[in-house]
Design a protein around this ligand. Structure first.
Ligand code: AMP
Ligand code: GLY
Length: 417
């Protein structure tokens, strides 16, 4: 069987590594891939990113299964194109992809099905949104409706900040049409948790919980990023929280998806906020998290392809994934300047000395050298019998890898190490 993985991050490098362990898989095409996937035995990078080109390529190259990595491709309807060609794909069609692609749509869905979420109002008119900012409590959260690579969410401490944010989104159109509608919602105080799950149209099967670290700086300071590191399981997700999540969020989500005819085969990634008042849903993502995937899959003791195939075939109710004991810690090494514009093109050394997994993200292979080419450059992922052990192993390996202007957080999963 040949597989197509779309994307070019650490998540895709990890997926390629985990999938290629399965003997049934002959070739994994990664589109466009990166300097890490380029070096994997069963992987071939293909320089494609347009959904139509990807579907054509898959049909011509005997691809039996595709994994859609990015939200942009899903919102563009890549899953529908693959299904038209009879190729199984992990990912929702265009309609269900709106649960990630439109925050107004997903908040209305959550409200309709009684899913616990921050109270909110949707706006398409600047003046109406602006006058709401005179009345709402602070801090408040202003969100662009559409996709903005995680940067369209503004936490505003006061009215002035909120008005400035609103102007950026709705008038200056900093994120283009993503800001033609916006959500203004209640600010929730708590700890975040990511729960990735597989969905087959009838069953949602959650994986181990994870804790992302979204801010660039230690102690959650500075601007938001795509994610600077993850630990799994999330130390805050105990059985009681898991029960609340399943009852208050997972079960009504499933009911809503079925009633609204939004079912699909793929991933539902629940972004949660655990507060003193209970567990709230911040957002749905309909693809795997990056870097959540790298940490969670490191603890998976079952075959990944089996899980994916159960989702595609609709047999998730027969599957109980096995997990390794212990914990995983993933530390992201980024380029200087990230998440703003960053310095790139530097040689990376020391990966061969690492004694744990290293997944490449923003780095390209040139004349057999790995050169930094993006914001998040690579992920160092260690597992251990305890979280402390996983953290210590990850950080001792971080020291072995170098490139100019390397930036990382020393507090992934606990106090600064
Ligand atoms: P979202 O894309 O909606 O998940 O938002 C991105 C990030 O913004 C989340 O991971 C949180 O860190 C933060 N955030 C979003 N909504 C809220 C909220 N209502 N209260 C507090 N923080 C939030
Ligand atoms: N790490 C957060 C995300 O993938 O959206």
């Amino acid at each position: 069987m040949n597989i197509l993985v779309s994307g070019s991050g650490g998540r895709e490098h990890a997926l390629v590594q985990f999938l290629q362990k399965n003997d049934q898989i002959e070739i994994i095409y990664c589109a466009p891939g990166n300097g890490g996937t380029a070096g994997e035995a069963k992987c071939r990078n293909v320089p494609l990113s347009d959904p139509l080109d990807l579907a054509d390529f898959a049909a011509k190259n005997n691809v039996g299964l595709a994994i859609a990595g990015s939200e942009e491709l899903l919102v563009a309807g890549i899953a529908d194109l693959f299904k038209e060609k009879g190729i199984a794909i992990l990912g929702p069609g265009k309609k269900a992809a709106m649960l990630e692609g439109s925050k107004c749509f997903s908040k209305d869905f959550m409200q309709k099905y009684g899913i616990r979420t921050a109270s909110y109002k949707n706006f398409t008119n600047f003046n109406e949104a602006d006058s709401w900012l005179n009345k709402c409590p602070y801090p408040t959260v202003v969100k662009a409706d559409g996709l903005a690579a995680g940067k369209g969410v503004l936490i505003c401490q006061n009215r002035e900040e909120a008005k400035e944010g609103l102007r950026k989104l709705m008038v200056d159109r900093q994120f283009g049409n993503a800001g033609s509608s916006i959500v203004i919602e209640e600010y929730l105080e708590g700890v975040e948790a990511s729960i990735l799950s597989f969905f087959d149209g009838k069953t949602i099967l959650p994986l181990l919980s994870a804790k992302d670290h979204k801010k660039i700086g230690e102690n959650e300071s500075g601007p938001n990023t795509g994610g600077m590191g993850v630990v799994s399981p999330n130390p805050h997700v105990n059985p009681e929280i898991m029960k609340k999540f399943k009852e208050g969020i997972l079960a009504p989500t499933l009911r809503g998806l079925i009633e609204e005819e939004l079912t699909f085969t793929g991933i539902i990634f629940f972004g949660l906020m655990i507060t003193d008042r209970g567990v709230y849903l911040l957002e749905y993502n309909l693809r795997m998290g990056d870097p959540e995937t790298q940490a969670v899959l490191s603890l998976l003791d079952s075959d990944l392809l089996e899980l994916i195939q159960a989702s595609v075939k609709g047999t998730l109710d027969t599957i109980t994934p096995r997990w390794k004991e212990g914990a995983a810690c993933c530390v992201v090494l980024a380029s200087g300047g990230y998440p703003a514009s960053c310095t790139k093109g530097y040689e990376i050394s020391g990966i061969d000395k690492a004694e744990c997994s290293v997944y490449i993200a923003g780095a390209r292979l040139e004349n057999e050298k790995l050169l930094t080419s993006g914001g998040r450059v690579l992920n160092v992922v260690a597992i251990g019998s305890t979280m402390e052990e996983a953290r210590r192993t990850a950080y001792s390996n971080v020291e072995r890898i170098s490139f100019k202007d390397k930036v990382y957080r020393r507090d992934i999963g606990g106090p600064v190490l």
